[in-house]
Design a protein. Structure first.
Length: 115
């Protein structure tokens, strides 16, 4: 007997970079990311930046969360630019020392102005 474990977008509450995330994987990822509310998000796995698909960056969580390690589709997010230099931000660096110290983020949620 074979079981089809493929997830459909209708049966999941969270998608990352267009990929549905199972409840089990979500619970595991939340140990690093913090609580994740239902929604469709983009996540830059190298920098830790995240946002709602099609919108600008909403926050930062730790990079390299295995359960969220899907490539970002093109044009899914606004660019994250350093206002002082005009450079595109590519890494966590010292932008979020609290997140680095705690080894977990403050979660992901759809901001009120978007929902």
């Amino acid at each position: 007997m074979k079981f089809n474990l493929q997830l459909s977008m209708d049966s999941v509450k969270v998608s990352i970079n267009g990929h549905p995330i199972s409840e089990r994987a979500l619970r595991k990822a939340e140990k690093k990311a913090g609580p994740v509310s239902p929604g469709s998000y983009w996540y830059d796995q190298r920098a830790g930046f995240w946002g709602v698909m099609g919108h600008e960056c909403s926050g930062i969580i730790p990079p390299f969360i295995k359960e969220f390690s899907y490539s970002m589709p093109k044009n899914c997010a606004g660019n994250v630019i350093d206002a002082a230099t005009g450079d595109k931000l590519r890494s966590l660096g010292k932008l979020a020392p609290t997140i680095e110290k705690m080894k977990r983020g403050f979660g992901m949620h759809v901001p009120e102005e978007i929902s």
